[in-house]
Design a protein around this ligand. Structure first.
Ligand code: APR
Length: 173
């Protein structure tokens, strides 16, 4: 499995799945959620609505998968990160759950490539330095030999996350 740290707009990536930093309603929002829904078109929201009809809400730490609609990606994995509240309300655990649930969904579908944004570090306020430690320990302890995933992209959107991810993943291209 090859890791990549790239500075890009995640909506442009032609990978099996891009991960969306959604909210529990799955009805879209700002940040990367807004960008993904804008690029995907209304079909994405329709599919999210049908999922919400079934599950009611997507709690923090959970993930659901939809098609990619008009995106170059085949699928979108929508996961809901924790809102940072100081670090004493299981935020680290819930953030790790987001990455774990997204990887598990991708592997269930035997996907070979996935792209993550820096979940929760924007509007949800998770400190970037804290978040990258959570991601690093999860990724570096994942059983990659059993995984269908061959390429994992960390798509950063700012210089601070870029530096943090390059330090956390020196093996990444
Ligand atoms: N491509 C890649 N990364 C992006 C893009 C993009 N087009 N747009 C924003 N980002 C980055 C942000 O800079 C940040 O590093 O995605 C990361 C996650 O930030 P947010 O999108 O604000 O997500 P989050 O902090 O998890 O907050 C989620 O925001 O948009 C709403 O509906 C969403 O309520 C939810 C909340």
């Amino acid at each position: 499995m090859q890791l990549y740290v790239i500075k890009s707009d995640i909506t442009r990536l032609k990978v099996d799945a891009i991960v969306n930093a959604a909210n529990s309603s799955l009805m879209g929002g700002g940040g990367v959620d807004g960008a993904i829904h804008r690029a995907a078109g209304p079909e994405l929201l329709e599919e999210c609505k049908s999922i919400i009809l079934k599950i009611g809400t997507c709690p923090p730490g959970r993930a659901v998968i939809t098609g990619g609609a008009r995106l170059p990606a085949r699928f979108v994995i929508h996961t809901v990160g924790p809102v940072w509240q100081g670090g004493y309300f299981r935020e680290h655990e819930l953030l790790a759950d987001c990455y774990r649930a997204s990887l598990e969904l991708a592997e269930e579908k035997r996907l070979t490539s996935i792209a993550f944004p820096c979940i929760s570090t924007g509007i949800y306020g998770f400190p970037k330095q804290e978040a990258v430690k959570v991601v690093s320990s999860l990724i570096h302890s994942w059983p990659w030999k059993r995984s269908s995933l061959q390429e994992v992209y960390f798509v950063v959107f700012d210089d601070e996350n870029f530096e943090l991810y390059k330090q956390a993943f020196p093996e990444a291209l």
